[in-house]
Design a protein around this ligand. Structure first.
Ligand SMILES: [Zn+2]
Length: 369
């Protein structure tokens, strides 16, 4: 697999990402579609216009309310930009956050066309769902509109399920932060913009794979539903949707700034509750009832938006495992040792199965940072 040039360049992007750090805070705003690519169609407007409207509102809000932040647009008018072109703009600007803005739809012959509604925020990840994959395929299909797509995308076919298999190893080092931001946007789209909550999801969107920073793709609502289309096309609606994303950036920055300022305090203790599966119950009880201030090391190897069954193939048969919950995300760990040398040895083993695994510190039944 490593002979594949696409995988090689994808790995390179991950490695580059680690060394990138920009001054201030750069938000890359990516209004989906544009120009000859209208995106999903409503009755009287189209996706590219809604996406751009919300993106421009977001830019205005950032300029007004977050003077230290810089907004970079992948497009700020009705022009066609390739998916790779969008990722290039984001990476060149060394963004701190990448937000791709889209409107959802279901096929023309679907009986749910007029009734389906709700917002979803997507990150990359391992959650396998046919619906999510279909949405990613639809959003990635714009690649076919490019003349030289077969050279640019080196054999990646947006319509073929097999093409997505190589994305699976892409548990990006930014996934934790992407999910954290996605959860904040999702909450805001419900509370500030009044959208129905369709939850944070994971799917292989090309722009998310190719951007070397925490990245999310927002599906604001369904443009095929006349009621939601009217809301998304209105100035008031676009302002509310943009305000949701703006508020989420604020929240996200609060979380990440705190984490950097006070690295030894656990700011997520309220949200941290270990998931007690039968498998790890005994061990967890020990660690929560006995007062033990020893510092332990665990190997975190997977995160998921939902609790996985012990038999789930995404866990690749690894045993025994533990999990804990943080910001609504289930995080899976292996081992619990006070020896850093031993933890490093375990890490090198686990990396064979989960290349993105890393060591976390654990004390008194909680992850410490
Ligand atoms: Zn779209």
């Amino acid at each position: 697999m490593l002979h594949n040039p696409i995988i090689k360049s994808l790995l390179l992007i991950v490695m580059l990402a680690v060394s990138i750090s920009a001054a201030g805070f750069t938000v890359v705003i990516d209004p989906g579609h544009g120009g000859k690519d209208a995106g999903a169609l409503g009755n009287f407007t189209n996706e590219k216009s809604v996406n751009l409207g919300v993106a421009l509102q977001l830019g205005r809000l950032l300029k007004k309310g977050m003077p230290d932040a810089k907004a970079i647009f992948t497009r700020d008018k009705d022009v066609f930009v390739t998916l790779q072109g969008r990722a290039d703009i984001a990476n060149k600007s060394k963004g701190d956050l990448f937000i791709s803005i889209h409107a959802n739809s279901v096929p023309k012959n679907s009986p749910r066309r007029n009734s389906v509604s709700g917002a979803s925020v997507y990150t990359l990840g391992l959650e396998r769902s046919a619906t999510n994959l279909e949405i990613a395929k639809r959003e990635n299909a714009v690649i076919m509109l490019e003349k030289d797509y077969s050279t640019t995308y080196k054999g990646f076919d947006p319509n073929s399920t097999e093409s997505y298999i190589m994305f699976e190893m892409f548990q990006s080092s930014h996934l934790d932060r992407s999910i954290k931001f996605a959860s904040a946007v999702q909450k805001e789209l419900v509370s500030t913009a009044g959208r129905k909550n369709n939850g944070v999801r994971q799917a292989p969107f090309y722009v998310l794979v190719r951007t070397a920073m925490p990245s999310v793709l927002v599906e604001l609502d369904f443009i095929c539903n006349p009621t939601q289309e009217k809301f998304m096309a209105s100035e008031d609606g676009q302002k509310k949707l943009a305000m949701s994303i703006y508020n989420a950036i604020n929240r996200y920055r609060g979380i990440t700034d705190n984490a950097t300022l006070f690295p030894h305090e656990d700011h997520s203790s309220k949200d941290t509750s270990s998931v007690k599966t039968a498998e790890n119950k005994t061990r967890l009880e020990k660690s929560t009832t006995v007062v033990d201030n020893t510092l332990y090391y665990r190997i975190q190897f997977l995160t998921s938006t939902k609790t996985l069954k012990g038999s789930d193939q995404r866990l690749k048969g690894l045993k025994p495992i533990d999990s804990y919950r943080e910001d609504g995300i289930v995080k899976y760990t292996y081992g619990n040792t006070s020896s850093l040398t031993e933890a490093k040895r375990q890490l090198s083993e686990i990396k064979k199965l989960f290349p993105q695994a890393f060591i976390i510190k654990w004390r008194n039944g909680k992850r410490i940072k």
